[in-house]
Design a protein around this ligand. Structure first.
Ligand SMILES: *[C@@H]1O[C@H](CO)[C@@H](O)[C@H](O)[C@H]1NC(C)=O
Ligand SMILES: *[C@@H]1O[C@H](CO)[C@@H](O)[C@H](O)[C@H]1NC(C)=O
Ligand SMILES: *[C@@H]1O[C@H](CO)[C@@H](O)[C@H](O)[C@H]1NC(C)=O
Ligand SMILES: *[C@@H]1O[C@H](CO)[C@@H](O)[C@H](O)[C@H]1NC(C)=O
Ligand SMILES: *[C@@H]1O[C@H](CO)[C@@H](O)[C@H](O)[C@H]1NC(C)=O
Ligand SMILES: *[C@@H]1O[C@H](CO)[C@@H](O)[C@H](O)[C@H]1NC(C)=O
Ligand SMILES: *[C@@H]1O[C@H](CO)[C@@H](O)[C@H](O)[C@H]1NC(C)=O
Ligand SMILES: *[C@@H]1O[C@H](CO)[C@@H](O)[C@H](O)[C@H]1NC(C)=O
Ligand SMILES: [Ca+2]
Ligand SMILES: [Ca+2]
Ligand SMILES: [Ca+2]
Length: 497
C-alpha cells in the first residue's frame, strides 16, 4: 500500500462540532415503495409510467434510498434495494441497514435481505475493566448500511457511510469512518472494504471520512469510493480492484492494507470543508483505455463547488469544472454518458440549490444541471481529448425548491434514435413536495433543451413516498445484452424512487 499522508497537525482555529452527514437533503423520511418504470412491450417513445412495478419495504426502513439493477448473467435480472434504517439479525445492532435482493417480476415480487455482514460489534482487549476485559471498537447501529448500493456483473458493493470505529488506541471516541462490503461471484463470497478505518483517526485524519458515501464501479469492475469527510472535510476518493480488496481481507484485523490502492491525498488547510467525493462517477477522459474518476467537490472553491476528473491510472487531477454560483451545491450529483454519440464520454453535473432571478427580479432556488461535451483535440492517442471548461448547456429546474439535479442517471438510448438519454430527478418538484423525474433526449448537439417526458410517481392517495426522483438508475446496462426477452423488463426502463 502506498504510504498514507501523515495526519495534519491540529489546526489552531476552533472548530464547531461537525455535522455527521454533510448538511444537505439526503434524508428521505418514510418511504415504502420504489418504482420500476416499465415501458410498454412494443417499441414506444414514451415510458408507460402508468404501469410501474412497485416493491415495498418495511415502514421506516428507508427502503429504496438506493437502488441498482443486478444482472449476474444475461436473462437473470433483479433489483437491489438499500434500506439504510432496516433492522437486521446482527446481534445488538439497531437499525443497521440492509440491502434487499428483489428478483424481477412484472407484478413486483418478494425481496430478501442479502447477508453481507452477520457479525455484531467486534471488541478489542484494551486490558482495562470493560466486560471481560474487552470493549467494543466498532458501532453498527444507525450506520446507514445500504445508503449506497452498486452492482457490476455478479458483484455488489454496499456501503454504510456512518459506520463508526473507535481505533484500537486506548482512547475513547468513535469516528464515522464508513465501511463497505463486496459480494462477489453472485453471493458466493463477502469481503469488507473499509479503507478509512485506519490509524489516522479524528477529524484531522480519516475519522470523519464516511467512506462509501458515494461509490461506483468502473467497466472493468474496479471499485471507486467517495469519502467526503476525510482531513477536516476536504474529502477524498479511494479506488481498488475487487481482486486487491479480496487479497487484503483478513477479518481478524481491523486495518487492511490494500496493495495497489489509489487515493487522493491530504491538501493544504485552505481545502478544508470541500467535501470531495460527495458524488462520484467514471468515464474515459484521458484518451486511453482506463476509465477515469469523476468526483464532485460541492463545497470546494469557497462553496462555488467544482468537479474534478482524476486519471484512472494514478489519481492525478486532469480537469476541473467550476460552479458559477456560491452555495448552489455544484457537484452534488455527477454522471457520465455520451449524449451526442461521438464516441467520447460527456459529463453532467447537478447543482440542486442553484438560484435564478425571475423576470420580476425575485431570486428563486430551482436547481440546475450542466452538460460538458468532450471534444477531441489532436489525433489520439497523441493528445488526449480535452473537455472545454465551459458547459455546452445548462438545464434549469422548473419549480422553486424542487431540487432539480439532485440525481442524474444515464438511461441508455431510451427511444432508440442512436443518442443516449438522461434522467434528472427533482425530488421536491411536484405539488406537495412530491418528486418528479425528467427525461432529456440526447442528440447531435447535446441534450434537447426541453424534457421529452416527465415522470411522477403513481401512488394511492396518501401513500406517496417522499423524495421520488432522488434515487435514480438507468437501465443502460440492460441494453448491451440485447435481451428484451421473456421475464425481463423491456429495454431502457429506469428505476426510480
Ligand atoms: C427497529 O428496531 C427498533 C428497536 O426495536 C425499533 O424502534 C424500530 O422501529 C425498528 N425499525 C424498523 C424500520 O423496523
Ligand atoms: C448484547 O449486549 C448485551 C448488553 O450490552 C450483552 O450482555 C451481550 O453479551 C451482547 N450480545 C452480543 C452477542 O454481543
Ligand atoms: C475501571 O476501574 C477503575 C478503577 O478500578 C474505576 O474507577 C472505573 O470506574 C472502572 N470503569 C468501569 C467502566 O468500570
Ligand atoms: C462477469 O462474470 C463472469 C463470471 O464470473 C466472468 O466470466 C466475466 O468475465 C465477467 N465480466 C466482466 C466484465 O467482468
Ligand atoms: C444468484 O444467486 C441467487 C440467490 O442465491 C440465485 O437464485 C440465482 O440463480 C443466482 N444466479 C446466477 C446467475 O447464478
Ligand atoms: C494518466 O496516467 C498514466 C499513468 O501514469 C499516464 O501514462 C498518462 O499519461 C496519464 N494521462 C494523462 C492525460 O495525464
Ligand atoms: C483542480 O483543482 C484542484 C484544487 O484546487 C487542484 O489541486 C488541481 O491541480 C486542479 N486540477 C487541474 C487540472 O487544474
Ligand atoms: C472558483 O469559482 C469561480 C467562480 O466560478 C471561478 O471563476 C474560479 O476560477 C474558481 N477557482 C478555482 C480555483 O477553480
Ligand atoms: Ca483514462
Ligand atoms: Ca460525446
Ligand atoms: Ca435517445
Amino acid at each position: 500500500m502506498a504510504p498514507l499522508p501523515a495526519a495534519a497537525p491540529p489546526r489552531s482555529r476552533p472548530r464547531p462540532l461537525p455535522p455527521l452527514l454533510p448538511p444537505l437533503p439526503l434524508l428521505p423520511p418514510l418511504l415504502l415503495l420504489l418504482l420500476l418504470l416499465a415501458p410498454p412491450p412494443a417499441a414506444a417513445f414514451n415510458l408507460a409510467a402508468s404501469r410501474p412495478a412497485a416493491f415495498r419495504g418495511a415502514p421506516g426502513s428507508l427502503f429504496g434510498f438506493a437502488v441498482d439493477f443486478y444482472l449476474p448473467r444475461p436473462r437473470s435480472f433483479s433489483i437491489l434495494v438499500g434500506a439504510p434504517k432496516a433492522n437486521t439479525s446482527q446481534p445488538n445492532v439497531t437499525q443497521g441497514g440492509a440491502v434487499y435482493y428483489c428478483p424481477w417480476h412484472p407484478d413486483a415480487g418478494a425481496c430478501t435481505p442479502i447477508e453481507f455482514d452477520h457479525i455484531g460489534t467486534r471488541t478489542h482487549d484494551f486490558g482495562g475493566n470493560g466486560s471481560e476485559g474487552r470493549d467494543a471498537v466498532e458501532f453498527k447501529s444507525l450506520q446507514w448500511f445500504g445508503a449506497t448500493v452498486r452492482a457490476h456483473n455478479n458483484s455488489i458493493l454496499a456501503c454504510a457511510p456512518l459506520y463508526s470505529w473507535r481505533t484500537v488506541k486506548d482512547e475513547p471516541g468513535r469516528d464515522p469512518v464508513g465501511t463497505c462490503f463486496l459480494s462477489v461471484g453472485n453471493f458466493s463470497k463477502f469481503v469488507e472494504y473499509a479503507p478509512c478505518r485506519s490509524d489516522l483517526n479524528s477529524a484531522a485524519g480519516q475519522g470523519y471520512c464516511q467512506g462509501g458515501f458515494s461509490a461506483e464501479f468502473t467497466q472493468t469492475g474496479r471499485v471507486l469510493l467517495g469519502g467526503p469527510g476525510s482531513y477536516f472535510w476536504q474529502g477524498q476518493v479511494i479506488s481498488a480492484t475487487q481482486e486487491q480488496i479480496a487479497a487484503a481481507d483478513y477479518p481478524e484485523y481491523f486495518i487492511h492494507d490494500v496493495a495497489g490502492q489509489l487515493q487522493t491525498r491530504q491538501a493544504a488547510g485552505n481545502y478544508d470543508d470541500s467535501y470531495m467525493g460527495y458524488s462520484v462517477a467514471v468515464g474515459e477522459f484521458s484518451g486511453d483505455e482506463t476509465q477515469d474518476f469523476v468526483a464532485g467537490v460541492p463545497k470546494g472553491n469557497l462553496t462555488y463547488g467544482y468537479v474534478t476528473i482524476l486519471n484512472g491510472t494514478n489519481m492525478r487531477s486532469l480537469y476541473n469544472f467550476s460552479g458559477e454560483q456560491m452555495a448552489a451545491y455544484f457537484g452534488y450529483a455527477v454522471a457520465v454518458t455520451d449524449v451526442n454519440s461521438d464516441g467520447l464520454d460527456d459529463l453532467l453535473v447537478g447543482a440542486p440549490l442553484f438560484m435564478e432571478r425571475t423576470a420580476e427580479g425575485r431570486v428563486q432556488e430551482v436547481g440546475r444541471v450542466y452538460l460538458y461535451l468532450q471534444h477531441p483535440l489532436g489525433a489520439p492517442p497523441a493528445a488526449p481529448p480535452v473537455p472545454p471548461p465551459a458547459p455546452a448547456m445548462a438545464l434549469t429546474g422548473f419549480q422553486e425548491f424542487g431540487r432539480f439535479g439532485s440525481a442524474i442517471a444515464p438511461l441508455g438510448d431510451l427511444d432508440q434514435d442512436g443518442y443516449n438519454d438522461v434522467g434528472i430527478g427533482a425530488p421536491f418538484g411536484a405539488e406537495g413536495r412530491q418528486g418528479l423525474v425528467y427525461v432529456y433526449n440526447g442528440g447531435a448537439g447535446g441534450l434537447h433543451p426541453e424534457p421529452s417526458q416527465v415522470l411522477r410517481g403513481h401512488w394511492a392517495p396518501g401513500h406517496a413516498p417522499d423524495f421520488f426522483g432522488s434515487a435514480l438508475r438507468g437501465a443502460k446496462d440492460l441494453d448491451g445484452n440485447g435481451y428484451p426477452g421473456k421475464g425481463l423488463p423491456p429495454r431502457g426502463c429506469p428505476l426510480a424512487r
